[in-house]
Design a protein around this ligand. Structure first.
Ligand code: GDP
Ligand code: MG
Length: 752
């Protein structure tokens, strides 16, 4: 086969973009083409050959030598490759640029002599200038490239060329040495040793290999001493940079069987081996322990970074830039670490994006959700992503690796942190909601069973439950190694919010308690105040007479009502305080509650008085009072009217007595001082803890709420002057009616 067709379009590389096929790589891959371009599909080839994942477990060999010295043929027999070779009848150059192929052979049935894994062979275009003219440019460039990448350089040479010091091969070796010194100057620390492996072709056998070796070594030493060495390296020896190995092969066409068996023997030397410390690299190559691949030859380029490294190196060479290998290694490390990082993130995304989407959706809909399985997913994703990165990237430049690892971690930790906080915030919201609902439900259940439930206990219990739940959910999303992995702050925020909610619930509970106590006050006052007004109907102990009965005199009705009111509210206050204290209400909250209770109780009393003093009720009471005084004698015996009785006198006295009730009833005041009761002092000022909300639903009270523009006198006015007048007139009419009836009955009784 001639030049490649699959990879080359008009002599230039075309990135095919398709999945590589076996046919495509039949002859390996052209790494550098005749236009000195680097093939961008080398990574595909390496992964097709399953070398990319080999880490450092691969080897790179380049073969050098004049045109048409059977290099490609040798490689094909030695490594089972299918590099293009010159056909017997058309003697034209075949190998163009640099080709690469992976070893397909093992050459041994015994494991101990099996060839090393993942041997990559580079077939470098022959360089005797016959078809390239006098241009030695490519020779130099390919030598630099091979030295920067390869552990072993096979130098392919005819036996009859050995000792021809002026020959093309020696020119090539001179270039190799010069280039190596050039590299060494810039990279004295990092440029490793290489093995120059001479394979002598068409070995007749008359001159033993040892002699050939000696001749070659002499020539090499001569070339070396003739080199213009840079300052500081004048005294350096060739053995400082190179090891040497030698092999001879018989004529392939004349001795095909021996050729094959010798090639097979040669193949077994491509194994990993160790240096015998006593070995002189210039004298003998028999003392490699094991194979010729010594660890010190390895360029330490991880397999998955090889193509990018090779491309960068080639770029520097082609553009005649200084080839600074440590810089190239660092650049490669950056490039590869970024790639590895991106690959590691693919798996991370697969696991994490669904959670991110779900969380974002919850927030968008305003109902953030606690996501099940999130913690485990986060932990696995982080662990796997970091581990995947470490496995591949740790082979690269330590500083770059550490930096890129930190970058990757901060990237994934940033995203995990958002998930973590979203989860905590969802747990927070649902916890607060659950808490509030649970307390309300427990209170409702308590109310159903009867009034005595322990509010403080309920709050305590439910708080414990939701705190434990939050803690569990928060602990569930901790990720070891992530810098944000603690929930102290979120926990204290949560506790603060729960306290706020329990405060609100307690205030609600206080309101419920206040309502219950007010209801109690209403019913007690309804009864006791009603009773006071009912005694008016009896008219006993008539006006002015000193009261001896237990009910007291009419004159003191307001004193008694005030007294009963104070006592009732005192009892209510005690009940309120006891209960409120039981659920940890603050003294301020209790003060506000009591203040509201006194005001509301006054409202209750005022309403009760108004109800009693409604015109119909009042007239009825006045009439009853009057009739009691008029129709019954001092001893409480009903009068039977006789014409001789002083009906008019009794009538007048009773009527006047009842009439005194009207001014008495029109003002709530002390019988002793004729002053309104000290309602303002008794209610007191609003406690400092009272909020506007606490005052919002209160009815203003004259004399207490000064800005109402209503005095205490006015607050205590039960009947206005007009009403008094009206009631007086109407009562008199009623009394008159009773009088007329009595008069009639007296006359009637006489006629009977
Ligand atoms: P390259 O240019 O160095 O890669 O050489 P090729 O492998 O293409 O071979 C060039 C020619 O040499 C071909 O015609 C081969 O048949 C022939 N050839 C290959 N191996 C040997 C050998 O061991 N001895 C001799 N005399 N000719 C060989
Ligand atoms: Mg060739």
């Amino acid at each position: 086969p001639t030049a490649p067709s699959v990879m080359s379009v008009n002599g230039h590389f075309a990135n095919m973009g398709e999945k590589p096929t076996k046919e495509q790589y039949e002859h390996g891959i052209q790494v550098i083409n005749e236009n000195q371009e680097f093939n961008p599909t080398v990574p595909q080839y390496l992964s097709f050959e399953k070398v990319s994942s080999a880490g450092f477990k691969y080897h790179l060999i380049s073969v050098f030598g004049s045109q048409s010295t059977g290099k490609s043929t040798l490689l094909n027999y030695l490594f089972g490759t299918e590099f293009g070779v010159m056909s017997e009848d058309d003697r034209r150059q075949t190998t163009k640029g640099i080709w690469m192929s992976k070893n397909k052979k093992s050459h041994s049935t015994t494991d101990s002599k099996k060839m090393a894994d993942n041997i990559l062979v580079m077939d470098v275009e022959g360089t005797d200038g016959r078809e390239r003219g006098e241009d030695q440019d490519f020779e130099r460039k390919s030598a630099l490239f091979a030295l920067a990448t390869s552990e072993v350089l096979i130098v392919n040479i005819w036996e009859h060329q050995v000792g021809l010091y002026q020959g093309a091969n020696m020119g090539l070796l001179k270039v190799v040495f010069e280039v190596n010194l050039e590299l060494f100057l810039k990279n004295s620390k990092s440029n490793p040793r290489s093995l120059l492996f001479f394979v002598i072709r068409d070995h007749l056998g008359t001159t033993p290999l040892a002699n050939l070796r000696n001749t070659l070594v002499q020539d090499l030493t001569r070339i070396w001493s003739g080199l213009n060495k840079p300052p500081g390296l004048e005294k350096s020896k060739i053995g400082d940079y190179f090891d040497f190995a030698f092999a001879a092969l018989p004529h392939k066409i004349l001795q095909p069987e021996r050729f094959m068996s010798e090639v097979a023997k040669l193949g077994t030397r491509f194994r990993e081996g160790h240096r015998d410390p006593r070995r002189d690299p210039l004298r003998s190559d028999q003392e490699f322990e094991g194979g010729i691949f010594l660890p010190e030859y390895h360029r330490r380029i991880p397999a998955d970074g090889f193509s990018i490294y090779a491309e960068q190196v080639w770029d520097q060479i082609v553009n005649n830039k200084d080839l600074d290998l440590p810089t190239q290694q660092e650049l490669m490390a950056q490039f590869r670490c970024d790639e590895i990082s991106r690959e590691a993130l693919v798996g991370f995304d697969e696991t994490i994006i669904p959670f991110e989407n779900k969380q974002a959706e919850g927030i968008r809909l305003g109902s953030p959700e606690v996501l099940g399985g999130l913690g485990a997913a986060m932990r696995t994703a982080r662990m796997k992503t970091v581990k995947n990165f470490e496995t591949e990237a740790s082979r690269y430049h330590k500083g770059v690796y550490a930096r890129k690892k930190a970058e990757l971690e901060s990237k994934i930790d940033g995203r995990l942190k958002v998930l973590f906080q979203g989860q905590l915030s969802a747990a927070h919201k649902s916890g607060v909601r659950d808490f509030s609902n649970a307390v309300s439900a427990a209170v409702k259940a308590g109310q159903k069973k009867g009034a005595s439930y322990d509010f403080a206990e309920i709050v305590d219990q439910e708080k414990k439950t939701v705190l434990a739940k939050f803690e569990k959910e928060a602990r569930g999303v901790l990720v070891e190694g992530a810098p944000w992995s603690n929930y102290k702050q979120e926990m204290s925020l949560y506790q603060k919010d729960l306290s706020e909610v329990s405060g609100r619930l307690r205030r609600d509970e206080m309101r419920r308690l206040a309502t219950r106590v007010e209801r109690w006050v209403r019913s007690r006052l309804g009864e006791s105040v009603g009773l006071e007004f009912n005694t008016l109907g009896s008219g006993r102990g008539g006006s002015g007479a000193p009261e001896t009965g237990e009910r007291g005199s009419e004159k003191e009705i307001w004193d008694r009502i005030w007294g009963v009111f104070i006592k009732t509210v005192q009892e209510a206050e005690r009940r309120f305080t006891d209960r409120a204290k039981s659920f940890d209400a603050s003294s301020g909250e209790v003060d506000v509650g009591l203040w509201r209770l006194r005001r509301k109780s006054w409202g209750v009393l005022r309403a009760k008085i108004e109800e009693e003093m409604m015109e119909g009720n009042l007239l009825l009471k006045l009439r009853e009072n009057f009739e009691d005084k008029f129709r019954y004698d001092e001893a409480g015996v009903p009068r039977i009217w006789r014409p001789t009785d002083d009906i008019e006198g009794i009538y007048t006295k009773a009527r006047e007595s009842t009439l005194t009730l009207i001014p008495l009833l029109s003002k709530f005041q002390s019988s002793h001082t004729s002053m309104p009761p000290p309602l303002d002092d008794w209610i007191g000022n609003a406690p400092p803890e009272a909020t506007p909300a606490d005052e919002e639903d209160l009815t203003p009270i004259g004399g207490v709420d000064e800005d109402e523009g209503k005095s205490l006198e006015e607050e205590m006015t039960v009947l206005s002057d007009a009403k008094r007048q009206d009631v007086t007139t109407r009562f008199k009419k009623t009394a008159d009616g009773v009088y007329v009836e009595a008069k009639r009955s007296a006359i009637g009784g006489m006629t009977q």
